[in-house]
Design a protein around this ligand. Structure first.
Ligand SMILES: CC(C)(COP(=O)(O)OP(=O)(O)OC[C@H]1O[C@@H](n2cnc3c(N)ncnc32)[C@H](O)[C@@H]1OP(=O)(O)O)[C@@H](O)C(=O)NCCC(=O)NCCS
Length: 156
């Protein structure tokens, strides 16, 4: 297995993984349902992230020429009231179903951590869906802990 930076030629295979990720979440909670042009919008977002190598990172795991997992991250500015001026965020993480529990996610994350560290980042955040026990367990194993409860309420 190779873990490497994503290239523009990876876009369609990452898109497949993103759809898998969104399907998992859409089945858990309707808040994650994607719009009709969601896929097109994500494609453009992904392409701009692959090209923006200063503050964005996209890593893929490739096994026998197939892209089986990816993660995407960003460097964010903290509101100016805080001592820490910037932090990293993992935006997306997916390993395709047949390849899970083989430490591929862990290995992609190791490369992500290295990328952020090289940029001088000392804190990483991740948004893990409250109804997704797998991602909660995975991120906890990767050393994350909650510090916010992100809540929502629909208005009548
Ligand atoms: C979350 C995800 C990326 C993890 O990838 P993975 O390659 O299967 O994870 P790893 O094999 O590297 O797991 C590392 C550790 O995390 C924990 N873990 C991972 N999946 C788990 C599961 N289903 N149940 C319990 N613990 C789990 C375990 O401690 C595991 O180590 P172990 O197998 O030695 O016990 C993958 O399950 C996935 O893509 N899920 C669907 C999409 C998703 O939920 N993405 C997260 C969005 S934030």
């Amino acid at each position: 297995m190779i873990i490497r930076d994503a290239k523009l030629t990876d876009v369609e295979s990452i898109l497949k993984l993103w759809k898998e990720l969104m399907l998992v979440h859409g089945n858990l909670d309707p808040i994650f349902e994607i719009s009709e042009d969601g896929e097109e919008k994500f494609r453009s977002f992904l392409i701009s992230n692959i090209n923006a190598t200063v503050e964005k990172v996209v890593k893929v795991a490739v096994v026998d020429g197939s892209t089986v997992g990816y993660m995407m991250g960003i460097i964010k500015q903290n509101p100016p009231v805080f001592k820490m001026t910037q932090f990293g965020e993992i935006m997306d993480a997916c390993v395709t179903a047949n390849f899970r529990r083989q430490h591929i996610g862990e290995r992609i994350f190791a490369e992500m951590k290295q990328w952020f560290s090289q940029k001088g980042i000392t804190r990483l955040d991740v948004n893990a869906a409250a109804k997704n026990p797998v991602s909660m367990k995975f991120w906890q194993k990767m050393g994350f802990q909650p510090y916010l409860n992100h809540m929502y309420s629909y208005l009548p």
